[in-house]
Design a protein around this ligand. Structure first.
Ligand SMILES: NC(=O)c1ccc[n+]([C@@H]2O[C@H](COP(=O)([O-])OP(=O)(O)OC[C@H]3O[C@@H](n4cnc5c(N)ncnc54)[C@H](OP(=O)(O)O)[C@@H]3O)[C@@H](O)[C@H]2O)c1
Length: 394
């Protein structure tokens, strides 16, 4: 996934000049929300507000126009989505509206679905850095001084050193724990903050951002059956006969959704071809087929030009709840490394068959979370397992 982070300040994206190095609080928080690990892929593109939006030209735009330009630029750079980071030390409702309108205007000009999320730093980034007292203890080994009021209410003159403006409170808090007031300190706090605490303490700012981000870039699961050697297919078909309990499990996992919603099943074009016509599209689920070419599909089936495009099309369909990748080999290979792939439902067949299509091994990337008792069908023993992505620290 290629994600654009559009922001202004050095603390947020890491530079005072026109070329941000991307090393800042925004990236840290976004990578933590996505639970980026050494086995997942995320490409971050940082765009500095105002300056970079007009290719280096320094032009001042209105708030909404800037947001719309950010979408245009991120789209031109081939990004799969965008986070727009804005400060709001006052008039936050108005700022939220202007930025949301601008993002929407930008999206309307595009011919593809494009998720955009506003990270409105209510009471500025300093409020987010102050919000979790535990982060000070974990990052610097010292307690943060108590705050005079809830962090989104801290207020005072920005340039009055004795005021309760978040910038001043933050500066004093760092001085009290004898830590230099620089970008590294901010990054360490962002790395050590508990994100749920941040969401609770900053409901208007980080809380709304976290909810919107997790909805726009929601995780997905893969559902796959493989033999003992990770074989999954032969001659664009399954290498084994009908396995009743596995088919029931596949239907139940991919179809179970809260009332009024349905899940999406995303598949490669060859897997779509392999499903007999009378069984497709898979009922009660949004079917999304990935192809580099053209394809005639029944009404209601979506076509996508890449895995990320498929994830975006499914996520932006209003009644869709969970997203499942259902094959085949080429698509699983992309999905297993994808930053949003959190789980794999793996049916492990205890035999080695003649296959021409394989999945990568799940071990090393995922850990076994659940294993059902062995099933016996059509002369095969198999176990239905659930694997979860290894946490970022391992
Ligand atoms: N055991 C299981 O659980 C399971 C599940 C599903 C499938 N299978 C098996 O897996 C085999 C099929 O797998 P496969 O690897 O041959 O094919 P596949 O992954 O199903 O489909 C590959 C096709 O998807 C499209 N595609 C993939 N990545 C793309 C991308 N990034 N951008 C645009 N298009 C992309 C391309 O379509 P175009 O060629 O149209 O451009 C590509 O040829 C079959 O044997 C099937 O039975 C097994």
């Amino acid at each position: 996934m290629k994600l654009a982070i559009v922001a202004e300040g050095e603390t947020e994206i890491g530079s005072r000049g026109p070329e941000p190095d991307g090393n800042g609080v925004s990236r840290v928080l976004i990578e933590r929300l996505l639970r980026v690990t050494s086995t997942t892929r995320l490409e971050v593109v940082t765009i500095k507000l105002a300056r970079e939006l007009r290719r280096g030209e320094v032009v001042k735009h209105g708030e909404a126009e800037t947001a719309a330009l950010a979408v245009e630029r991120a789209d031109a750079l081939g990004c799969d989505g965008l986070v727009l980071v804005r400060d709001a030390d006052k008039h936050e409702q108005q700022r939220r509206q202007l930025n949301s309108d601008g993002l929407e205007a930008g999206r309307r000009k595009l011919t593809r679905p494009f998720p955009t999320v506003l990270a409105l730093q209510v009471r500025m980034v300093e409020a987010w850095l102050l919000a979790d007292a535990g982060a000070f203890a974990r990052a610097f080994g010292q307690q943060r001084p108590p705050l005079p009021r809830p962090v989104e209410e801290l207020w005072g003159q920005k340039h009055d050193q004795s005021s309760n403006h978040p910038k001043q409170v933050y500066r004093r808090a760092l001085a009290a724990v004898r830590v230099p007031h620089d970008r590294d300190a901010a990054i360490r706090l962002a790395e050590h903050a508990d994100l749920d605490t941040l969401a609770r303490e900053c409901p208007e700012g980080f809380g709304r951002f976290k909810t919107d981000f997790e909805r726009a870039f929601r995780p997905f699961a893969c559902v796959v059956a493989a033999d003992a050697a990770n074989g999954i297919g032969k001659n664009n078909n399954l290498p084994w006969p009908r396995l009743k309990a596995d088919l029931k499990h596949f239907r139940e996992v991919t179809s179970s959704a809260p009332a009024g919603t349905r899940n999406a099943v995303i598949m490669g074009r060859r897997t779509w071809d392999s499903v007999p016509e009378k069984y497709r599209p898979l009922p009660d689920r949004l079917n999304v087929v990935i192809t580099r070419g053209q394809l005639d599909v029944p009404a209601g089936v979506l076509l996508a030009s890449s895995l990320d495009d498929a994830l975006n099309r499914a996520s932006l369909t209003p009644d869709v709840d969970r997203l499942f990748i259902i094959g085949g080999g080429e698509v699983y290979r992309q999905a297993f490394d994808h930053v949003r792939c959190r789980e794999i439902y793996l049916t492990r067949i205890e035999a080695t068959l003649d296959c021409d299509t394989y999945i990568p091994d799940v071990r090393g990337r995922f850990r076994l979370a659940e294993s059902q008792p062995t099933h016996h069908d059509a002369g095969f023993d198999y176990r239905i397992e659930r694997w979860s992505r290894l946490p970022p620290s391992t």
